[in-house]
Design a protein around this ligand. Structure first.
Ligand SMILES: NC(=O)c1ccc[n+]([C@@H]2O[C@H](COP(=O)([O-])OP(=O)(O)OC[C@H]3O[C@@H](n4cnc5c(N)ncnc54)[C@H](O)[C@@H]3O)[C@@H](O)[C@H]2O)c1
Length: 255
């Protein structure tokens, strides 16, 4: 028996990085995966690769900041694949900026994509899952646990995801919905998000070296390191786990 055999999973931001690794792993472990993203070409390619390797997946164009997109995609996924068992709120962005140089527009865009989307998605998923249970996994960050100077708006969004996760987890448990909600807190992972954010800085190489030095294990993480944690929280193996925060950070926050 595979670990999420027969379950229907929706992963936002599934076209690359941690989302892509999660889609591939959930499919390998038996789930039917809705790969959703704003990047159509890359997202379709991920779904196609999963199907070619014997898994079940389908791509959906989905901007997580738009409530109407959530409503459409949830309906399409239910009709194509069946009722949703797993939602992974993974899509996210980082706009580099300290408290002094971040603009209000950058702040709002960050909260919209990283935090408001998690609220909308969780609310939509609860409405669909409350009669039969399910698992919602929200991707926060170590930046939702400790501060980082050059990403002020990002820290705020990820701290918000952490506490929203706990509030909604307790609510669902008390209502007896059988829906578990947990957050995952990756350290720095080598994905397009990190590479793109670093490339906006004049001293990108030095910043990467500095980031590596903050991880006691001596290197950055890989997307799969996070996908394995998400798989655990998505599966019934974690049936007693809700409102918790799974830190996968090479020791970053242990100091
Ligand atoms: N890479 C890291 O170091 C790191 C560390 C901690 C947390 N995280 C978090 O993990 C998650 C995934 O990050 P990643 O590193 O894989 O990023 P990534 O940039 O490699 O991939 C993010 C994906 O999200 C998609 N996306 C962006 N805006 C979207 C929107 N409005 N609607 C739908 N999709 C959208 C992108 O097209 C992309 O496919 C994010 O929430 C990020 O904050 C990443």
């Amino acid at each position: 028996m595979k670990r999420v055999e027969g379950k229907v999973a929706l992963v936002t931001g599934g076209a690359m990085g941690i989302g892509e690794a999660t889609c591939c792993l959930l499919a390998r472990e038996g789930a039917q995966v809705a790969v959703t993203d704003i990047n159509v070409a890359a997202g379709e390619e991920v779904a196609q690769r999963i199907v070619e390797s014997g898994g079940k997946a389908r791509f959906y164009h989905h901007d997580v900041a738009k409530q109407e997109d959530w409503q459409r995609v949830m309906k399409e996924v239910t009709s194509d694949l069946g009722p949703l068992d797993i939602l992974v709120n993974n899509a996210g962005i980082v706009i580099v900026g300290t408290v002094e140089d971040a603009t209000l527009a950058d702040w709002r865009k960050t909260q919209e994509i990283n935090m408001e989307s998690v609220f909308i998605g969780t609310q939509e998923a609860i409405a669909m899952m409350k009669d039969r249970g399910g698992s919602i996994v929200n991707i926060s960050s170590v930046m939702g646990l400790v501060g980082g100077t050059i990403e002020a708006a990002y820290c705020a969004s990820k701290g918000g995801v952490r506490m929203f996760t706990k509030a909604s987890a307790i609510h669902c448990a008390e209502q007896g919905y059988g829906i578990r909600i947990n957050s995952v807190h990756p350290g720095y992972i080598m994905t397009p998000l990190l590479v793109n954010a670093a490339s906006t800085l004049p001293n990108a190489e030095d910043i990467l070296k500095e980031l590596i030095s903050r991880h006691p294990v001596g290197h950055l993480g890989e997307a799969d390191d996070i996908a394995y944690g998400i798989l655990y929280l998505a599966s019934d193996e974690s049936k007693f786990v809700t409102g918790s925060e799974l830190v996968i950070d090479g020791g970053y926050t242990a100091r």
